[in-house]
Design a protein around this ligand. Structure first.
Ligand code: FAD
Length: 406
């Protein structure tokens, strides 16, 4: 087990500085433009791929870091640059995590590279699709069906996914569907839908409040046929799982979709920390240079105390994120919902800190030429996706009480 330390080692620090440079030199200068365009910033993704920041190797190395801290460090720096652009790149890691959570080693080897590059070696993104119109927080209610066609050994997927990051523009889509609706979430299975598969199409694309450079859309599955080997984990494992569920036996394992979201919570928290830090730094600098009543506004306690509270909350959020990331990497699980604690606190901190930053900038914080209003819009999603703040509280409450709080 790697010891927990708040001191990044030389390699980690070097990587942090490298990602920060990319965020500062490449991402920040175009953040406003892509937010206004509300489109996937393919040129930035390509640039990230060129320098090696967007690749399977990079993500695999970051995940392999024995301390678990590299992923949150990278996420924080990129979202300090811009969360919408960062999500357009790292939305892919959700698809990657979905494959890692359920796939066999052969499937992992086959599909992970395809999440980043298509068959012609062009940059690609991946998507992980669970949510549906009637299955948001309540994943067990999902209606998308997967039916096995014995004659052709294909799975036929039907249903509509909603709110999917990179939905419809992804090469690889990982789809969670029900193979036995009578079993609720225990009847779910995950499928890879290879690029270009007929029957998968993009539905409505959403116009959002924030993270507008990140594409969010419906994914429509209409008689979408995938080969049997696209069932993640394989038929034998699915049959065993369904058998156990029908007999009311526990597998001792979390459902794959839940496991995917749980493992990714500290990195989502780290993204929120990045936005909060950007807003805090901007407000601190502004408060030192903006003069009213003959002195810098930071010389008023009312402003200085806001900045003090912002700094405390950001550092506390990062500590929770790093602890959870370290625990997750050590395979220690989250006995008290530590992953949820990190995501909950970091998300709510980002909303609060960006709100206070607007207040400190006054009118200059409220206009779209300044980045602070964008950071506030971007921060809000963190209390909603990957489990709302209420759901995080539910998970923590259940973990600490041992009761099924509802
Ligand atoms: C920009 C964006 C990107 C997304 N990307 C993806 C993606 O890539 N893949 C994917 O599968 N999904 C994605 N989602 C979906 C996201 O995970 C859901 O929006 C989220 O889980 C909440 O579901 P919902 O929107 O249906 O809200 P609901 O579940 O309807 O919740 C509405 C409100 O009720 C509260 N609530 C619900 N149940 C309870 C309860 N038991 N106790 C207390 N309060 C409760 C919620 O906290 C919330 O405040 C994305 C969403 C957005 C907006």
């Amino acid at each position: 087990m790697a010891p927990f330390s708040l001191d990044l080692d030389d390699d980690q620090r070097q990587l942090q500085a490298w990602v920060h440079d990319f965020a500062e030199q490449v991402v920040r200068p175009v953040a406003h433009e892509w937010d206004e365009r509300e489109e996937t910033p393919w040129p930035v993704i390509e640039q990230a791929a060129e320098v090696g920041l967007y690749s399977l190797d990079f993500v695999a190395n970051a995940f392999a870091d024995p301390t678990g801290l590299l992923i949150p460090v990278v996420m924080e720096e990129m979202c300090w640059g811009d969360a919408g652009i960062a999500l357009s790149l790292f939305g892919t890691t959700l698809g990657v995590s979905g494959i890692m959570a359920s796939g066999t080693p052969k499937q992992v080897a086959e599909w992970l590279p395809r999440c980043f590059r298509d068959e012609r070696d062009k940059v690609a993104v991946a998507a992980f699709a669970v949510s549906e119109a009637d299955a948001g927080s309540d994943v067990s209610a999902l209606r998308t069906r997967a039916v096995h066609d014995e004659a052709t050994d294909e799975w036929v997927l039907d249903g509509t996914k909603t709110w999917i990051t990179n939905g419809g523009i992804a090469g690889v889509h990982v789809i969670v569907a029900s193979v036995d609706p009578s079993l609720g979430s225990r009847g779910h299975a995950s499928f890879v839908v290879p690029p270009g598969t007929p029957g998968l199409s993009q539905g409505r694309k959403f116009k959002k409040m924030g993270i507008r450079a990140s594409h969010t859309a419906e994914v429509v599955l209409d008689g979408c046929r995938v080969p049997g080997h696209c069932l993640l984990g394989g038929q034998e494992r699915l049959d065993e799982k369904l058998g156990r569920a029908r007999e009311g036996r526990s597998s001792g394992r979390r459902q794959a979709a839940m496991a995917t979201f749980e493992a990714s919570r500290p990195s989502i928290g780290a993204q929120a920390v990045g936005i909060a830090r950007a807003a805090y730094e901007h407000a601190l600098a502004y408060a030192g240079t903006r003069h009213q009543f003959g002195r810098a506004i930071v010389e008023n306690q009312a402003i200085a105390f806001k900045l003090a509270d912002m700094k405390v909350a950001i550092d506390a959020a990062r500590l929770l994120v790093w602890r959870a990331a370290w625990m997750s990497r050590q395979g220690a699980g989250f006995p008290n919902g530590e992953g949820s604690m990190s995501k909950l606190f970091a998300a709510e901190t980002a909303v609060k800190v960006t709100d206070e930053a607007i207040q400190i900038l006054g009118g200059a914080g409220y206009v779209r030429d300044e980045p602070v209003e964008r950071w506030h819009r971007d921060a809000k999603i963190y209390t909603i996706f990957e489990g709302t703040s209420e759901i995080q509280r539910l998970i923590i409450a259940r973990a600490i009480s041992g009761l099924h709080i509802s």
